[in-house]
Design a protein around this ligand. Structure first.
Ligand SMILES: Cc1cc2nc3c(=O)[nH]c(=O)nc-3n(C[C@H](O)[C@H](O)[C@H](O)COP(=O)(O)O)c2cc1C
Length: 381
């Protein structure tokens, strides 16, 4: 079979995949199937880390080194995975990470993802580089929610600072007007090399009308210092400025160093996301999970801390919470499930992860998320 990126053109008539295939028992099964379904160029873009992939590997190795110590005979009668974040109820401490260009995996792209997240009561963070508009995504949530008899799951907007502040502000105002409940400022990927040519029909639609959108027009050449790009990358003062411009909770995504956690708080962050961007920006960074405890020690109870990178099992969620996370984000696996089975796939992936989390909590004797404490962990030899 000949496969190329044109297979993904929305104009092509291949029916989108909507059925959960038999035999899927874990997120890894979706990854295996998606590898065969997605065109090679899109698959490489989705999966690859930067450099030699050291950090991508670390994100998994680190979780696998952490062991769990069970506690027996717990009373599970009132057990729950529920969480309140910024005044909103979440069914589980699992949100969908911002992942760009989801129409490379399925013609409905982010619309399918938000429908699945809403059905499962899980939050979603929409990327600035989403392939459907932020307004359409919010409308899809609103349309999906009434049938559930529950308030809609959280929808946050992930912001990349644009070259001009007016353009950045336009995105923020649009997100506010569309009813997004928080802004996630990603600070770790202002400078990034990518060689991926988007398939026809897939684009960063939210950046239409922005003359020189950051991340799409700026192709990084061999030299950075002294170039116009180096004049415009975001700085700490831009975080303070943004803080003053919106009343929405503001989370900073891409914090790995304790000193940066301190600075982010000083500059007005309401929440931190410990993340190495799934190993896509600086190879050689440690696993995000390995940086979490030191940051949690600094932040204390002051604000939520989220973490992502390598979360693939309910046991990974437990490990992250035991080390100080309030919740976790799921990156690539949402796209694997989307490619294989659309809305149903993403909802199923979230269900499997939550179900694994519940089982792990039961085995560890934890009836609420607050019970997931460091004494549940033990190193594996
Ligand atoms: C294909 C792809 C696109 C991404 N796009 C964005 C983005 O637009 N904004 C952002 O903040 N993070 C982006 N990320 C990073 C994710 O939000 C998240 O940090 C990472 O994928 C977590 O690691 P995991 O894939 O191992 O779960 C992207 C990641 C992938 C794999």
């Amino acid at each position: 079979m000949v496969r190329d990126v044109s297979e993904l053109s929305p104009a092509r008539a291949a029916p989108p995949r909507e059925q959960i295939p038999p035999g899927i028992r874990a997120l890894a099964d979706y990854e295996r199937l998606a590898a065969d379904l997605m065109p090679p160029a899109s698959w490489t873009y989705l999966q690859d880390g930067t450099g030699d992939g050291l950090t991508v590997a670390q994100n998994r190795i680190a979780f696998d080194r952490i062991g769990l110590l069970p506690r027996i005979l717990p009373d599970l009668r009132n057990a729950t995975t529920q969480l309140d974040l910024f005044g909103q109820r979440h069914a589980a401490p699992i949100l969908l990470a911002p992942v760009a260009y989801q129409r490379i995996a399925h013609p409905d792209g982010e619309l399918a993802t938000i429908r699945a997240a809403t059905a499962m009561g899980c939050g979603m963070i929409l990327s600035t580089l989403a392939s459907v508009t932020l307004e359409e995504t919010a409308a899809a949530r609103a349309a999906a929610a009434p049938g559930l008899g529950a308030p809609p799951a959280a929808l946050w907007f992930q912001l990349y600072m644009q070259e001009g502040r007016a353009d950045t502000l336009t995105l923020v105002r649009r997100a506010e007007a569309a009813g997004y409940e928080a802004v996630v400022l990603t600070v770790d990927a202002s400078i990034k090399r990518t060689a991926f040519a988007l398939p026809p029909g897939v684009e960063a639609v939210n950046l239409r009308g922005i003359a020189r959108p950051a991340h799409t027009s700026q192709v990084l050449g061999p030299i950075l210092f002294g170039t116009p790009l180096a004049q415009t990358t975001p700085r700490w003062e831009d975080l303070s400025w943004l803080r003053g411009e919106t009343r929405l909770p503001l989370l900073v995504k891409g914090v790995m160093a304790p000193d940066d956690a301190r600075l982010a708080i000083e500059h007005g962050a309401d929440g931190l996301i410990v993340s190495n961007h799934g190993g896509r920006v600086l190879d050689g960074m440690p696993a995000a999970i390995d940086c979490l405890a030191a940051i949690a020690a600094i932040v204390g109870e002051r604000m939520p801390i989220l973490v992502d990178g390598g979360i693939r099992r309910g046991t990974d969620v437990v490990k992250a919470l035991a080390l100080g996370a309030t919740a976790v984000l799921l990156g690539r696996p949402q796209v694997h499930a989307l490619a294989v089975a659309g809305v149903a796939g993403v909802a199923h992936a979230l269900l499997m992860l939550r179900s694994e989390l519940e089982l792990a909590m039961a085995q560890l004797g934890c009836t609420t998320l607050a019970d997931i404490t460091p004494d549940r962990l033990t190193p594996l030899r």
